[in-house]
Design a protein around this ligand. Structure first.
Ligand code: G3P
Ligand code: CA
Length: 331
């Protein structure tokens, strides 16, 4: 058993809230996550037309809201290139907050999570401020500090249209009292340059996300040839440690799978990251067999135990109760 960087229990980060049980990125999903024991809740952030930060996994919202059934917004359907990919639908930056508040969330994967369909049409898109209000209220109510783990989504794109995410994010965190390296906040990004810039403006902990393929979109735009695989090397991690305090990594970068979905031997990434002084938070843990490796079909707890045994410092989970219900770590 390898220990975590600071010898603490790994944190449970509720991925998009308790998104296994409620439509993702809704106050109901975040509230349930807190009730189920999450240490942090994770809002992915995009911008409205009027510059308000709201929680959505992507700026195209037809998969997670009822926007397509709003006749008054039919003319706003359009096609855009986002992070190098053509997307057709409705985009948050084309709506004011007041307009977005008329929409309701829906379950992203109803074929897998049919019990969540009952909540379709009931829940609003929350703002970052509303999420902070919930977290602070619940923390006081249950006398337990709950953290927030916001992600800047499509930062280069939003900067390109004059709706940069970082300034309103820092302003909102500051006005709500989140300051300093020990604040219960991690700011995450799949891009590099916005984190490097943030590191000059805030002491709040920063998290470099590492995917298991491809490259950061800001690298693609600037012509930087490095990939996530380059960033995940020992030397790449030492570079990250100059501006970030943690890496948020795809599970397969720690324990690769073969073509049949069976786990292979762990890599040295946890050891390398810890040697660089970086915490390692891993995504994404889900209960459903289609997301689990062959080795742990019907046994999501077993998957957590494997990763905890590698010394990871935190896990992003759709099911925070499952993440906390395991045999090897005392909570
Ligand atoms: O932010 C890390 C984790 O959430 C995985 O990324 O695509 O679900 O936002 P994503
Ligand atoms: Ca995320």
């Amino acid at each position: 058993m390898t220990t975590t960087l600071q010898d603490a229990s790994p944190i449970i980060i509720a991925h998009r809230g308790a998104s296994g049980y409620r439509p993702e990125h809704t106050l109901a999903a975040y509230e349930l996550a807190i009730a189920l024991g999450a240490d942090y809740i994770e809002p992915d952030l995009v911008s409205t037309k009027d510059g308000v930060l709201i929680a959505r996994h992507e700026n195209e919202i037809s998969e997670t809201t009822d926007v397509a059934s709003h006749a008054e917004f039919a003319h706003r359907q359009t096609t855009k290139i986002i992070d190098g990919e053509s997307k057709t639908g409705w985009f948050t930056e084309d709506f004011t907050l007041v307009e977005l508040k008329t929409l309701r969330a829906k379950e992203r994967i109803p074929q897998l999570r049919s019990q969540n369909i009952a909540y379709d049409g009931l829940l609003e898109i929350p703002t970052l401020q509303e999420i902070i209000n919930l977290v602070k209220g619940k923390s006081a109510e249950i006398n337990r500090a709950i953290g927030i783990y916001p992600e800047t989504k499509h930062p280069t794109y939003f900067k390109s249209i004059g709706l940069a995410l970082e300034a309103p994010l820092l302003a909102t965190l500051t006005v709500n009292g989140y300051q300093g390296a020990n604040a219960p906040v991690f700011i995450q990004s799949f891009e590099v340059s916005n984190l490097q810039d943030l590191s000059t403006k805030t002491d709040l902990p920063l998290v470099q996300l590492l995917n298991n393929s491809g490259k950061p979109d800001d690298f693609a735009v600037s012509g930087n040839e490095r990939t996530y695989a380059d960033l995940a090397t020992a030397s790449g991690l030492r570079e990250i440690a100059k501006y970030a305090q943690a890496v948020g990594v795809h599970k397969n970068l720690l324990v690769p799978r073969d073509s049949n979905g069976k786990l292979r031997s762990p890599t040295s990434l946890v050891t390398d990251a810890h040697a660089a002084g970086l915490l390692v938070h891993v995504w994404t843990f889900r209960n459903e067999d289609c997301f689990l490796p062959l080795d742990f079909q019907g046994n999501p707890q077993g998957e957590y135990e494997l990763f905890f045994s590698l010394g990871v410092d935190g896990v992003f989970s759709d099911y925070p109760d499952t993440a906390g219900y395991h045999s090897t770590v005392q909570w």
